[in-house]
Design a protein. Structure first.
Length: 395
């Protein structure tokens, strides 16, 4: 007798023979085959992102420091991963890799292509690039608007471009969902995995076993060998802002909240302040209201509140449900763009730090010149190379 069982998005065949079952070795072999297949199907979507920054002494001088004696006066080369997300050649990577870079290019199948930044969002640490010339052949991932987060324990496959190696796979589990770490607050709920971060892994793609893009690596926790990814749905929301309006806007309706838990009432979110003149005040929300729902998002925690506001678009009307004196009340509120002086508990990432512990990149006379202007080519024949893997304020 054969039974098909869905496991992590893959149908595994389990044979029941005289009360027994297919051996664990056979099941693992099928899982291995699926992982190999997914990697082969998607590896050509990956690119290595390289960005040139000013010589190290310029960066040190910005910090009011003096360069070390004998330190080479060469631009710094920062590397990371990225991947195609459209047939037109749009690339998704980390903002910390390309933020304020002098020049950017990507490597695909060992060929260099000049690239430019289409737009970036420091808060979520993602950036969108476009090459000046498209590779002849490449695959791409789809950014889906699939709601919900993968279950804890779900299997994940990471594709990255570590150091100078070709596209490489890694494997792990979903280990958490958080919208904050310590005193660092994220714009929405991030997915934590057991896949460790290494040099060049920032900007990696994560897939489920059905081959769907789960998200992009944006941060790491090296102390516990974990990484954070921004969900694909969140990247899609940011992409739409950048492509349609040229900048990312975050919604705001104008109140502060405080969580409360009790045995009798469970978890509740109270409005502790409603700002004068805000959309919330104009609609009639009051201090002391218990927040129950924003749009399609039930609110019982700060994670759910951050998600609701992140996915709510500026300019749209959203129904906000509160409980007041035992009564349920609903208000239609127009979402405005978040004022600059209202950070929504988000600790703004600082500009990327200077490259640390750089790795020397091999170079030979046969190596093709880097795709930059003539004045930059000579100092970069033996550049300093390093990697940034994740959010500057987390890693």
């Amino acid at each position: 007798m054969a039974i098909l069982r869905l496991f992590g998005g893959v149908w595994l065949t389990v044979l029941l023979l005289q009360g027994g079952s297919l051996t664990a070795t056979a099941q693992l072999a099928e899982l291995e085959e699926r992982l190999v297949s997914l990697f082969e199907q998607n590896k050509s979507a990956m690119v290595r992102v390289k960005a040139v920054f000013p010589p190290s002494e310029e960066l040190l001088q910005k910090e009011g420091l003096e360069p070390a004696e004998g330190e080479a006066s060469v631009p710094q080369l920062v590397i990371g991963s990225g991947f195609f997300i459209s047939r037109e050649g749009l690339i998704l990577t980390n903002a910390s890799i390309v933020y304020e870079a002098l020049r950017i290019w990507v490597e695909h199948n060992q060929i260099d292509y000049g690239a430019e930044v289409v737009g970036l969002d420091e808060r979520s640490n993602i950036a969108f690039l476009r090459t000046y010339t498209l590779p002849e052949s490449f695959t791409f991932f789809h950014l889906s608007d699939r709601s919900g987060l993968p279950a804890m324990g779900s299997l994940v496959l990471r594709l990255s471009m570590p150091l100078e190696f070709k596209a490489s796979p890694d494997f792990g589990l979903v280990s958490g969902h958080e919208s904050r770490f310590g005193d660092r607050f994220f714009p929405c709920t991030y997915i934590r995995t057991t896949v460790p971060a290494g040099p060049g892994d920032g900007g990696s793609a994560y897939l489920d076993l059905a081959g769907r893009l789960m998200g992009i690596q944006v941060g790491s926790l090296p102390e516990v060998g974990a990484t954070y990814m921004l969900p694909a749905r969140a990247a899609l929301r940011i992409r739409d802002d950048i492509l349609f309006s040229g900048a990312v806007t975050y919604g705001w309706i104008g109140f502060e909240v405080e969580p409360e838990t009790s045995i009798k009432s469970g978890r509740r979110i109270f409005l502790t302040e409603v700002f004068d003149g805000s959309p919330a005040a104009q609609a009639g929300l009051l201090e002391g209201d218990v927040l129950k729902q924003i749009g399609d998002y039930p609110i019982e925690s700060l994670d759910e509140l951050r998600n609701a506001m992140f996915y709510t678009r500026v300019g749209q009307y959203v129904e906000v449900t509160v409980q007041r004196a035992g009564d349920t009340r609903r208000f239609s509120i127009k979402v405005e763009s978040r004022p600059d002086d209202e950070p929504m508990e988000i600790v703004e990432p600082l500009p990327p730090a200077p490259p640390i512990n750089p790795l020397k990149e091999k170079s030979t006379e046969e190596t093709a010149p880097l795709p930059f202007e003539k004045d930059l080519r000579q100092p970069l024949t033996a550049p300093e190379e390093t990697s940034r893997t994740g959010l500057p304020d987390i890693s």
